[in-house]
Design a protein around this ligand. Structure first.
Ligand code: CA
Length: 236
């Protein structure tokens, strides 16, 4: 039997949850509904879903708080999160992405849009057949073991940032525009704004600590990973 991807819907409004569930089932997904953070946590503890649809406005812990919490938990960290939000403000979208959401959908949304975005995050999470490793100036990335180390120390890095770093390291010293990065790293950017790249670059730099300096912003052009941007102890 074909795998039916499990979608955990964290939504306090039964009518919306029901509507989403019906559409998901109709499209070959297996929906699970949780009405708040506690119920969602119980579902996550039992079985990990393939994707989480997370409402921003929830009783108790907000979607933002939950996204942050699930991103910090190593078990739930790899599960993509799509934020559902009635807010359209750019600052709110960025806050959602900063909290660890992979994408957001602004209410009201169409079924087609929701399905496209779910498929898009699922595609992005599908592991690539890459077993190679790249080393640049003390920064090492091993795609096979999904590990990033800086001067021998393991770094904690999110899935999207990992893909982004992998691409930048494999094509180091070259400038990539935001559009190119969306193409190469995200693959399907029909609904993704170029601003999203900036959010993930920021997250990547933070995750890399001192090595984050290797990722340069090239004004008016995009981003570049450069060994010259950093002085490693070996070179001192
Ligand atoms: Ca709500």
């Amino acid at each position: 039997m074909k795998h039916m991807p499990r979608v955990l819907i964290v939504e306090d409004e039964p009518a919306i949850a029901e509507l989403i569930s019906v559409n998901l089932r109709h499209n070959g997904f297996s929906p699970i509904w949780a009405e708040d953070g506690d119920a969602a946590q119980r579902e996550l503890d039992a079985v990990l879903p393939d994707v989480i649809l997370l409402d921003w406005m929830l009783p108790g812990q907000s979607g933002l708080v939950l996204a942050r919490k699930w991103r910090l938990d190593p078990r739930t960290k790899p599960v993509p999160i799509l934020m559902l939000t009635a807010r359209g403000d750019e600052s709110d979208k960025v806050a959602g992405l900063d909290a660890g959401a992979d994408d957001y959908i602004t209410k009201p949304f169409s079924t087609q849009e929701m399905m496209a975005r779910i498929r898009s995050v699922l595609r992005r999470r599908t592991p690539e057949r890459v077993d190679d490793s790249v080393v640049i100036s003390g920064l090492s990335l091993d795609a096979g073991s999904y590990r990033v180390t800086w001067q021998g120390q393991a770094m904690k890095i999110g899935p999207t940032e990992f893909k982004l770093l992998h691409f930048l390291m494999k094509h180091a010293e070259r400038v990539h525009s935001r559009g190119q990065l969306l193409d190469k790293v995200w693959g399907d950017h029909v609904f993704i704004e170029e601003r999203t790249v900036d959010v993930h670059i920021k997250r990547l730099r933070e995750a890399l600590g001192a090595a984050g300096a290797m990722i340069e912003t090239v004004r008016g052009a995009g981003y570049r990973l450069s060994a010259q941007a950093i002085t490693t102890p070996e070179q001192v």
